[in-house]
Design a protein around this ligand. Structure first.
Ligand SMILES: Cc1cc2nc3c(=O)[nH]c(=O)nc-3n(C[C@H](O)[C@H](O)[C@H](O)COP(=O)(O)OP(=O)(O)OC[C@H]3O[C@@H](n4cnc5c(N)ncnc54)[C@H](O)[C@@H]3O)c2cc1C
Length: 468
């Protein structure tokens, strides 16, 4: 049994069904794909926020996806823009362009920080301290500090240092900007180019969701039974050698199987397991929070809005973090030429005013953002709003012991294994979720689940670094 039909659940279903296992997938939503799904707005396929398949995808996984999607899985050059200190710079970044765009005061601060770098050490294990020490206070203040408070709703000093290590090690636009800016003075003189930044990405012709749809089709063809609109509300682990784990869906249906793979949010698993998790585990679980997101889609009449795939907005006094234009992520004859659609990402808390704001208020936020960042105005033909409650796990300072308590409990429940982005409370990409699924299925043996192999796999997951 697999709980959740996002990338993790579907990849597990396909891999398990291919080896002749009987597989039932229970998915709460009426569609497959979770956060990686696509749907139509204004007759154009869109994603739940900007999604790309990163070149860091393991070759074997990429080969499997190519096998499923064929030529529809395109390799595309990145063509974004990043807003730094009030100017737009192209991404992938060019050092000379970047250095020219920046105010002299900022460049001087970066140069000063570069000189004092060896002397800086984080005084506490917080996002703010780790990044101030590593990148310097100037870059931290210009890029990462405002971005953190938008994305996670917390000041950098309230975010655990682990967040900086997980998210900022990759070649994200922010990281690349920071690297290049640190060298900006030298670059101005030499004109040398940047390297190592994510220059390409993979993307399906019919939207990112084509990946999960192909996985679902392949799993079904291999014999998996995918049941949509089937929210699980109770999980009964194996209680003895002769018993089998059981799950129940909201309509009262029970399903029994040899093993449960759960990809639902880890705190949700703790809340619905019977017998219940110990009180201290539930208390720890209650302290872990998720960031939500409002996605505002605006259909723009009159062809493409811009030629860029995404516009990254780390600061600028707007709650918007990114605006993407899905039709620019792919080459597709299916996409209309007389209109386009924008996807605007607004992170928020699941219980705040932004999450429940009406369409007019959200459209106002978008219009204001375009005006204050010099983006072209829109000819709005239609607005569609989506609200997603569990988007980013929040690594509040000191979250580690609470997660450890919950994870230790979860590892101890018999016949149930949790993985996936929300299942492990990890800010992971799709290729990570797919890799976890493969490892989980590979740990199933004829005599039971190989906990040793899974423990080794979990160690590998600790190296996952989030890409933007
Ligand atoms: C804005 C944004 C941008 C992103 N950009 C990228 C990107 O560029 N590249 C990339 O690789 N990744 C990106 N990601 C991450 C990517 O979406 C996730 O890594 C991936 O979807 C995780 O897959 P998953 O299966 O672990 O979880 P999910 O996709 O969350 O799937 C979990 C599934 O479980 C279901 N579920 C929950 N509770 C229950 C229940 N009680 N019963 C039954 N079903 C339940 C949910 O409905 C969902 O379908 C992005 C994410 C966001 C939010």
């Amino acid at each position: 049994m697999i709980l959740g039909a996002g990338p993790a659940g579907l990849a597990a279903a396909w891999r398990a069904a291919r080896t002749g296992r009987s597989v039932v997938v229970l998915e709460a939503a009426p569609y497959v794909g979770g956060m990686a799904a696509s749907f139509e707005v204004g007759g154009i396929r869109v994603d739940a926020g900007s999604h790309r398949l990163h070149p860091a995808t393991a070759p074997a996984l990429l080969a499997d996806l190519r096998g499923l999607l064929g030529d529809d899985l395109q390799t595309r050059p990145r063509n974004g823009r990043l807003r730094v200190a009030g100017s737009w710079v192209g991404f992938p970044l060019k050092p000379v362009e970047l250095a020219k765009a920046l105010p002299p005061g900022l460049l001087a601060g970066i140069a000063r920080d570069a000189l004092t770098g060896p002397l800086r050490k984080p005084r506490q294990d917080t996002y703010a301290e780790v990044l101030r020490a590593g990148l310097g206070p100037t870059l931290y203040g210009a890029l990462y500090e405002p971005y953190a408070s938008k994305l996670w709703g917390l000041d950098g000093s309230e975010i655990d240092g682990e967040q900086a290590r997980r998210r900022v090690t990759a070649d994200t636009p922010w990281k690349v900007a920071a690297k290049i800016l640190s060298r900006a003075r030298r670059s101005r003189a030499t004109g040398e180019g940047g390297s190592g930044q994510g220059q390409i990405f993979h993307y399906p012709r019919r939207g990112f969701g084509q990946i999960v749809e192909a996985l679902a089709d392949a799993a079904t063809a291999a014999g998996a039974d995918i049941r949509l609109s089937s929210a699980v509300d109770r999980v009964v682990p194996r209680s003895g050698l002769d018993s089998a784990p059981q799950v129940r869906t909201a309509d009262g249906t029970t399903v029994t199987g040899r093993h449960v793979f759960s990809t639902v949010p880890l705190p949700r698993l703790a809340a619905m397991t019977d017998p219940p998790a110990p009180a201290e585990v539930l208390a720890a679980s209650g302290s872990l929070t998720f960031r939500a997101m409002v996605l505002v889609y605006l259909v723009h009449g009159g062809g493409r809005w811009t030629s860029f795939d995404a516009h990254y907005l780390p600061a600028d006094g707007t709650p918007v973090t990114r605006i993407s234009e899905p039709t620019n992520y792919r080459e597709s004859a299916d996409d209309p030429t007389d209109r386009s659609v924008l996807c605007v990402e607004i992170p928020c808390a699941p219980d705040d005013a932004t999450f429940s704001a009406d369409e007019a208020t959200l459209t106002g936020i978008v219009t204001d953002t375009l005006a204050r960042t010099g983006l072209p105005p829109l000819n709005v033909q239609e607005v569609v709003v989506r609200r997603v409650k569990h988007v980013y796990p929040v690594y509040t300072r000191g979250y580690g012991p609470a997660l450890e308590a919950l994870d230790t409990w979860a590892r101890g429940i018999s016949g149930v294994t949790t993985f996936g982005r929300l299942g492990l409370f990890a800010h992971d990409n799709t290729h990570h979720a797919l890799a976890m699924a493969y490892d989980a299925v590979d740990a199933l043996t004829p005599v039971g689940f190989d906990h040793g192999a899974w423990a080794m796999a979990r160690l590998r997951f600790a190296d996952h670094v989030v890409e933007d």
